[in-house]
Each structure stands twice: as C-alpha cells, then as structure tokens.
Design a protein around this ligand. Sequence first.
Ligand SMILES: [Zn+2]
Length: 181
Amino acid sequence: MSGIGIASQVVPLLLIGGGFVLTGAATYGLPNPQENHLARLHPKAQGPFREFIRRVESETGWRVQITSGYRTRTEQEHLIRGGRHYAVRNSAHLFGFALDINLLKDGKRITSRSSNAAWEATGAVAIAKSLGMRWGGDFQRKSRVHFDLFWSPALARKWIAMAEAQFGPNWGDRGNQLVIR
Ligand SMILES: [Zn+2]
C-alpha cells in the first residue's frame, strides 16, 4: 500500500460572507492521515485547502503536515479549558474551515514556535492570502500554524445561529455539515 490517497474535486464558485470568490480545480493526493483531516473539513473548504497544500508543496518545496483541522465544540472547549491561548470559542475549526499546519524541509520544521518572519520566508503565507485565506500570524492572539477561510467574528455569530437552527442545541458535533447558502 502506497499510503497515498488520490482524490479529485472540482471546486465550485464559492462566495461566502466576506465576498471572496474561489474558483478552480484541485487534484492533489496526500498521505492518508492528511487525507483524513481534509475529509473532515466542511465540503466547501476541502477544495481550497487542497489547492493551498498543492501550491505550497509544488511552489516552495516545503512539505505540509496538517496537525489539526475540524474540531467539535467539545474538542475546542477542551483546548480552551487546557489554557491553549490560540483556542477561541468562535473558531473556524468548529465548522471545518481552518487548518493548523507545520512545514518541513531538509530536516527543518516550521511550527507554532517559529517567528512570523520564518513563516513568511517559506512562501506559504503569501500563497494562503492569494487564495483569500487568513493567517493566524496576523491575529492579535497569534497562532502561526493557523490558516482559515473567510472568517470574522460576525460570520462566526451568524454561523453559530445557523447551526443551532439546523441541528439544535447539540450542533457542536455537526459544524462541518452546516448548510451554507
Ligand atoms: Zn487553528
């Protein structure tokens, strides 16, 4: 077994909240643990993040290792109680619209402890922004491993209300199934 999963997906026109539009086809296979992270993202986010990873790996030579993706509300609150400064209640992770990653090349590893400058020097930050993503290195509470799509506090409030309407008070384990029109 090669351990490589190949998936093909055409990314539909995506227009959410902030007015970003993403188009394009993304076909790029990743090792299975990575595919599992991608498969649990929101369906609308899987294509853009796959394209992000494909471009980082092909244009910069850094290999992407996903460390976290979709998180249920229970998992997120566990992180908050554990005092993780980066874990916020209205996180894009709750809807499968965020990935945390490390970057690896030539025995070097770019992590949460690496500086903003080290992250920017890889080229990954610029690629993310060209795809309309936000980078946690720009946040007041920095989380340099964090990349998300279209997120804002106002959108978080809107999607939490939508999730409650669609799934009831226990929406927290179904955020990645939110129906977004
Ligand atoms: Zn994150």
